[in-house]
Design a binder for this molecule. Structure first.
Ligand code: PAF
Length: 277
């Protein structure tokens, strides 16, 4: 596996790869969720490129940019084991040189959910992903369903800006007890780790109710909220039952839905979701 830092090194190494190229953008501190994307890319593409870049522009000033977990040595050896061909680890100045001024904005689908709570987040995500796509020029790019809104936003950007690539969204990878894998799980102490199970448990209870015939959006949101509210260490930020494609909030009887949530467990903000269909 080759490891590069600059745009020019990346372009040179990328041009030597067999096509089609599959691309997995990450912020590092890799877990099984990321590795499942790398594996799927390896099954579907002749070469796999992974980027590791903790993108400062998608963090608000009060968020965890400084403390975001990093372990480049562990990440590169995991990627080597998974058979990735090229890892790109740019410095901040490579992506955002002095006097940087250009941004990619996706409108409607960035407004609700995460966008409502983190108003500058998706501007940073779409801008960096556009820059990464421009440099890597993959035929396929892989994202996790865990960041459900991010996947919808990136698909919209790819459609609107005519990127010649397919977006592949892979299932959420969970710990054996149901907690969705996330680099931020590292922040949780033992008690918080237990309380964090209220996210997946609430979602699974609602999904079961849906499968048994409960169709009312309010009732489904209520099941999730009640489970989280049982945990003194957990504070629900939002629970949503949205249309999975438009992300518009639904009311009354639903046929399908993206049931998603954000919860503070102690200081740690966690998100999770299930698809109802
Ligand atoms: O999902 C992530 O890890 C990040 O948002 C991404 C897509 C790598 C952009 O920084």
């Amino acid at each position: 596996m080759k490891s590069v830092e600059t745009f020019s090194e990346l372009r040179k190494a990328r041009n030597e790869l067999a096509e089609p190229v599959g691309f997995v953008p990450t912020m590092g501190y890799l877990h099984e969720g990321h590795l499942s994307l790398v594996r799927q890319a390896g099954q579907e593409c002749a070469s796999v490129v992974v980027s590791i870049f903790v993108n400062p522009t998608q963090f608000a000033p009060e968020e965890d940019l400084e403390s975001y977990p990093r372990d480049i040595d562990r990440d590169t050896s995991l990627l080597e084991e998974e058979g990735a061909d090229l890892v790109w680890i740019p410095e901040d100045e490579e992506i955002y040189p002095e006097d940087y001024q250009s941004w990619v904005l996706v409108e409607e689908v960035t407004k609700p959910l995460e966008g409502a709570e983190r108003p500058t987040h998706f501007k940073g995500v779409t801008t960096v992903v556009a820059k990464l796509f421009n440099a890597v020029q993959p035929q396929k790019a892989y994202f996790g369903q865990k960041d459900a809104q991010q996947a919808v936003v990136i698909k919209q950007m790819v459609r609107d800006l005519n990127y010649p690539l397919d977006i592949v969204v892979c299932p959420i990878v969970r710990e054996p007890d149901g907690l969705a894998m996330s680099s931020r799980n590292k922040y949780l102490n033992k008690e918080e780790r237990k309380a964090a199970l209220s996210l997946s448990e609430g979602l699974f209870q609602a999904k079961k109710a849906f499968q048994q015939g409960v169709r009312d959006a309010d009732q489904l949101r209520g099941i999730v909220a009640n489970r989280v509210n049982e945990e003194p260490l957990a504070e629900l930020q939002y629970v949503s039952c949205a249309n999975p494609e438009t992300l518009k909030e639904q009311a009354g009887e639903i046929e399908k839905g993206l049931l998603s949530m954000a919860v503070f467990v102690g200081e740690t903000r966690l998100i999770d979701n299930v698809l109802l269909k």
